[in-house]
Design a protein around this ligand. Structure first.
Ligand SMILES: [Zn+2]
Length: 343
């Protein structure tokens, strides 16, 4: 297997030099070793390799795209993938390519239950059956509303006996059948004030309801060993409480799904480029990362960047799958880790 022209070893940073001001320190998606005598080519996964950083697993949206999986992000802490934010289609594969392990996860957080943010959850759960994990896995997601179930009802529809589509995995609901249990925590998506929804010694996650049309949705702020990273999820950027929550964040990973001239319905779901810029500027983030690209937004990327630049002038990165974003202070260790992995 060879992915997108990666050469053996470290050189797979997918940065777009013409679009990014950021020095990408990522490792390659895979290193490809010479074909075996059998004719197979083996791909060796390499993890994000930063002591502490964020990895984009999926930078796309709900449309089929040869280069972009649907939404998903890993939070790496000290070389281990500790949190997964969203799990859209393709994230299952990217999770493996990243070298992440289900055993290492402390939490999985879903910003909302659109297919392109959630559909690979059952696949990852099934993979967990083959892992060494025994302790419960916290799974966070929104309450229901409108056409959408809450996280608990969504999981029941998948797992509960006898009607769940995958009820052979019902043990995940209570930790029976030799499966690790899920610690399911529904977060009030109608709440407009941030609340702390997960806490461990090195990772704290806050959430607040955000406007994504009529879809119950959450915006998240992760404090990773003190580094603050914001995940917009999908939103139109209209809840000022989100901007306040993420004020001064090191990174804002923001969905960029529509062009400036998007119609009313699309603009109720997503932020226009000018609105992305206003949010990033109002929140005074250190770096804006555009993700969740769709053909309609990627087609006009240059024009959208020009619009964003009128209001937001700070560092800006356009995400690609597997992009690694080291958090401040982790670069030295990152280099060491990458050197070690290259050997
Ligand atoms: Zn969505």
């Amino acid at each position: 297997m060879k992915l997108r022209g990666n050469k053996p070893g470290f050189d797979g940073c997918r940065s777009r030099a013409n679009l990014m001001l950021f020095v990408c320190l990522t490792a390659s998606v895979v290193s490809v070793v010479p074909p075996e005598a059998s004719g197979h080519t083996m791909a060796t996964p390499i993890n994000c390799s930063h002591a502490t950083g964020i990895q984009v697993l999926g930078s796309g949206g709900p449309q089929v795209n040869p280069a972009r999986a649907s939404a998903g992000y890993l939070i790496w802490i000290d070389g281990k993938a500790r949190a997964l934010v969203d799990a859209g289609g393709g994230v299952f594969l990217r999770f493996g390519q990243a070298g992440a392990r289900i055993e290492d996860l402390e939490v999985v957080a879903l910003t909302h239950l659109h297919v392109d943010h959630s559909t690979d959850v059952p696949a990852l759960l099934k993979a967990g059956y083959f892992s060494e994990r025994r302790r419960a896995l916290p799974l966070l997601g929104p309450t229901g509303g409108g056409a959408f179930p809450g996280l608990k009802d969504w999981l029941d529809a998948l797992l509960v006996k006898p009607d769940g589509a995958y009820h052979y995995l019902a043990g995940y609901l209570d930790g029976s059948d030799g499966l690790f249990g899920l610690d399911v925590r529904e977060i009030d998506a109608s709440g407009r004030q941030p609340q702390t929804v997960f806490e461990s010694p090195e990772l704290v996650v806050q959430a607040v309801g955000v406007a994504h049309g009529s879809v119950p949705a959450l915006g998240l702020l992760a404090s990773v060993k003190g580094h603050r990273v914001a995940f917009s999820g999908d939103q139109n950027g209209h809840n000022p409480a989100f901007a306040r929550m993420i004020g001064g964040a090191e990174l804002l990973i923001m969905d960029y799904a529509i062009p400036e001239d998007a119609g009313r319905i699309a603009a109720a779901l997503h932020a226009r480029p000018s609105e992305i810029a206003q949010l990033a500027a109002a929140a005074d983030v250190d770096r804006l990362v555009l993700s969740h690209l769709m053909p309609r937004s990627e087609r006009v990327l240059a024009a959208s960047l020009a619009i964003i630049r009128k209001t937001y002038t700070g560092p800006l990165t356009v995400a690609d799958d597997m992009l690694c974003l080291p958090l401040a202070g982790s670069s030295e260790q990152t280099t060491e880790t990458m050197d070690r992995l290259k050997r």
